[in-house]
Design a protein around this ligand. Structure first.
Ligand SMILES: [Zn+2]
Length: 379
């Protein structure tokens, strides 16, 4: 049983580019990161399953399990990073300066794996008998479409899950969901001098926008959760394009909508309400309506306040659990039956930023939290 030091593991993970990007030219495989994690997990006695992601030839999840049973603890993270630009430091070389470790994926969230493995190594070195299994879960494509988390199935069974996303060592039990859709209206072009010659899609979209804003108001009256900084669900109209010339009737108009529901709001229902609202608004307009899914979405997540994983992590961190505005893989682990908490050593302010870093004084506290969590989930 021999794995490298925590710092060397962080440095090795940072050195392997594993960028996820919707631009295929920038998108990279995560296989080398997965293989390296599997090597270390093997050293510690884990049984490793490398799981290919459907529809991708070069993306994988690692499910590494120590022990047997379906009542264990999953320590989960994603192996990919976002792309980088405008870095002063080398993004792929771990640089220690001013009590910070700089590198792409330090906070979000490769360092977490090194801390999790160090914690497991310490537990084993202390001769603690594991009554319940520990699983290291390393996923692909969290930063783009969650393909790794979505590919997980009932082979992965556990009682508890901790996701080490950057939360500044605070337990997070709630986040909002996301979905993004496009609404396309098609009418008829014609000379602007005679409205009878065409059917104006832009004017149809104007009506749709009016109804969308009314719907948003209703949603915000109906749904409110004070744990969130923005306590209501949000809807953003982010892009509109229609027509070409002032003297032509606009034949086509497209609008992009981003919806961020609170826990308890269902993505499928929201999407069908959205579609129905647009259809009702334009029912006598003669305009063709098409909907495109820009991002099928991530559900909102909420782990009950009295769940054991919440109580344990609140005690270990000495902090109340809270809510964040960004989405994680938590809903997918929850759907597999795990009590899920998001708790990691990085800060979200550093994630996706040039010169991303993790403060060195976050490392040992996170190792301690994980070590004690393993012990407490083992009872
Ligand atoms: Zn992340």
């Amino acid at each position: 049983m021999k794995i490298p030091s925590t710092l060397n593991m962080i440095s090795d993970l940072i050195a392997i580019p594993s960028i996820s990007c919707n631009d295929p030219l920038k998108d990279q495989s995560n296989q080398t990161v997965i293989d390296l994690l599997a090597t270390w997990c093997n050293e510690l006695g884990f049984k490793c399953e490398i799981m290919p992601i459907p529809n991708y030839s070069n993306k994988f999840n690692l499910i590494a399990t120590l022990g047997i049973g379906n009542d264990g603890l999953v320590l989960a993270g994603h192996t990919d990073t976002v792309p980088y630009d405008n870095w002063q430091f080398d993004p792929f070389k771990l640089t220690e300066q001013d009590d910070r470790l700089y590198g792409l994926g330090t906070s979000d969230m490769k360092a977490f794996f090194a801390l999790a493995l160090t914690a497991v190594e310490q537990v084993l070195a202390n001769g603690i008998q594991l009554n319940h299994p520990i699983t290291i879960l390393a996923t692909a494509n969290e930063e783009t479409n969650m393909a790794g988390a979505k590919a997980l199935n009932s082979n992965l069974r556990a009682k508890y899950a901790l996701i080490g996303e950057p939360t500044g060592l605070k337990p997070i039990r709630m986040h909002k969901g996301i979905m993004m859709d496009s609404i396309c209206l098609h009418g008829q072009s014609g000379h602007s001098s005679n409205p009878c010659l065409g059917n104006n899609a832009l004017e149809g979209m104007y009506q749709v926008i009016g109804e969308l804003l009314k719907w948003r108001e209703q949603l915000q009256v109906k749904h409110n959760n004070s744990a969130f900084q923005i306590p209501v669900p949000t809807m953003n109209l982010g892009h509109i394009h229609g027509g070409d010339s002032p003297n032509r009737i606009c034949a086509d108009c497209e609008l992009y909508v981003d919806l961020r529901p609170l826990p308890g709001m269902n993505l499928t229902e929201l999407r069908s309400t959205l579609h129905q609202l647009v259809k009702n608004t334009l029912q006598n307009s003669g305009l063709d309506i098409k909907f495109k899914v820009l991002f099928d979405g991530i559900p909102a997540m909420e782990t009950p306040n009295d769940a054991e994983i919440v109580t344990i992590t609140e005690r270990l961190t000495n902090q109340p659990s809270g809510a964040v505005a960004y989405a994680t893989e938590a809903p997918y682990l929850q759907a597999l039956g795990m009590q899920t908490i998001v708790l990691g050593p990085g800060d979200i302010e550093q994630a996706h930023q040039p010169d991303e870093f993790i403060a060195t004084n976050r490392l040992q506290p996170m190792i301690d939290i994980l070590t004690q969590l393993i012990v407490q989930c083992n009872q």
